[in-house]
Design a protein around this ligand. Structure first.
Ligand SMILES: *Cc1c(COP(=O)(O)O)cnc(C)c1O
Length: 379
């Protein structure tokens, strides 16, 4: 399917946006099929009872886990649902055996750093270039001379649309036998995540356009066997009768949202993950080109960076939070990212655009004009 066909299908599968939705890195627009699946499951719960309905939904949920597994190169049995990416990381790190040390990007996501610290991890920085992309040659030196217990790679950040060389880092981690954990909150459904990592986690609501409040954690069996989940307590007999992944799966959940996510990820597979990735890269390049000329802002990403996350740094004192608020009044949704999102890399707040595959060049031009206007009006 061509990029234009893919875009037309994506747009016709959901309600019309109120204005310009350029905020998929925060929360995409779910399809009507996804929303119907959520509502249908909730209705089935009301009719049949929540637990009976959950049993009936087991095949759909299995298909959702299998679809995620396909995207990360694992098996359905290696995937558990969570409530989001942060929850997935906390589950994984709170189950990690001693010693607890890791290497991650200096531009690591702030809330991830908090979870690492709360779980007692000693954290060191992976070597990066001037835009924050990891340098595999230097990373190899670190893995050879002073390996951490794991490498945590955020394959695509929230505050900057730089695609990390995840496949190359996975290769190095395998060579030095250091487990690799990938934060794919922004990468799943956006970049290739089947790179051979030992664990991958992500969120439903971002590029896969599932419902909010759902996430996934995928762990290879060899790593899962080494983990010690906190609950149930490892010395209780029941703990020995359950697989590690079943111990990580939380009992009570919004099953309707998981059903909706399973439909959304199924739609993604049907559209063709490689075609979606190519189209997102194309939309990203168009965004960089259109926004290169807006006075008072600088595009942070290199022009050819193959991601649909574009960030704009103010060069003449604009306040991204104020600009975002004013744009919303005009029906345009973007994100203002504060330095807390990446406390060791982001020096000033930025305005983030994250269009999905249906965004046209004309809409990007409409956005650029609105941004120029709002920037001038707020001065
Ligand atoms: C959004 C995001 C998270 C957190 O995801 P939640 O589902 O909100 O917990 C983690 N890492 C990155 C890179 C993100 O963009």
């Amino acid at each position: 399917m061509s990029g234009a066909d893919l875009a037309a299908r994506w747009r016709s599968a959901r309600v019309a946006p109120l204005g310009l939705h350029l905020d998929s890195a925060a929360c995409s627009r779910p399809s009507n099929a996804t929303l119907d699946a959520v509502a249908d499951h909730a209705r089935h719960e009301a009719a049949a009872g929540g637990y009976v309905a959950a049993e009936a939904a087991a095949p759909v949920l299995h298909a959702g886990r299998a679809a995620v597994a396909h995207l990360v190169g694992m098996d359905a049995a290696d995937v558990v649902f969570t409530t989001g990416s942060n929850h997935a990381l906390d589950l994984l790190l709170s189950s990690w055996p001693q010693p607890r040390s890791l290497a991650c990007l200096p531009g690591e996501f702030g809330p991830n750093l908090a979870i690492m610290a709360a779980n007692g991890f000693e954290v060191r920085a992976l070597p990066v270039d001037e835009i924050g992309r990891v340098r595999p040659d230097r990373a190899e030196h670190l893995l050879r001379t002073d390996p951490p217990a794991l490498v945590h790679l955020t394959a695509l950040a929230s505050h900057r649309g730089i695609a990390q060389p995840a496949a190359r880092i996975a290769e190095l981690c395998r060579a030095y036998r250091v487990p690799l954990v990938i934060d794919a909150a922004q990468a799943l459904g956006h970049l290739d995540c089947a790179v051979g990592a030992d664990a991958v986690y992500s969120s439903s609501r971002k590029w896969l356009a599932g419902p909010r409040g759902v996430g996934v954690l995928a762990i290879r069996p060899e790593l899962a066997e080494r983990l010690c989940p906190r609950l149930p307590p490892p010395d209780w007999p029941v703990a020995r009768t359950l697989r590690v992944l079943d111990r990580l799966a939380h009992g009570e959940a919004n099953i309707a949202a998981r059903v909706g996510f399973s439909v959304a990820v199924g739609e993604h597979l049907a559209a063709g993950p490689a075609a979606v990735r190519a189209r997102l890269a194309e939309v990203g390049r168009q965004t960089h080109a259109v926004l290169a000329q807006v006075p008072g802002w600088r595009v942070v990403e290199p022009p050819d960076e193959p991601t649909a996350i574009t960030t704009l740094e103010p060069t003449a004192g604009a306040d991204p939070a104020a600009v975002r608020r004013t744009l919303i009044e005009r029906g345009i949704v973007t994100t203002a990212a504060e330095p807390a999102r990446a406390p060791f890399e982001l020096r000033t707040p930025v305005l983030r655009l994250s269009p999905h595959i249906d965004t046209t060049t004309a809409e990007l031009e409409q956005f650029a004009a609105a941004l120029a206007d709002v920037t001038a009006a707020l001065r």
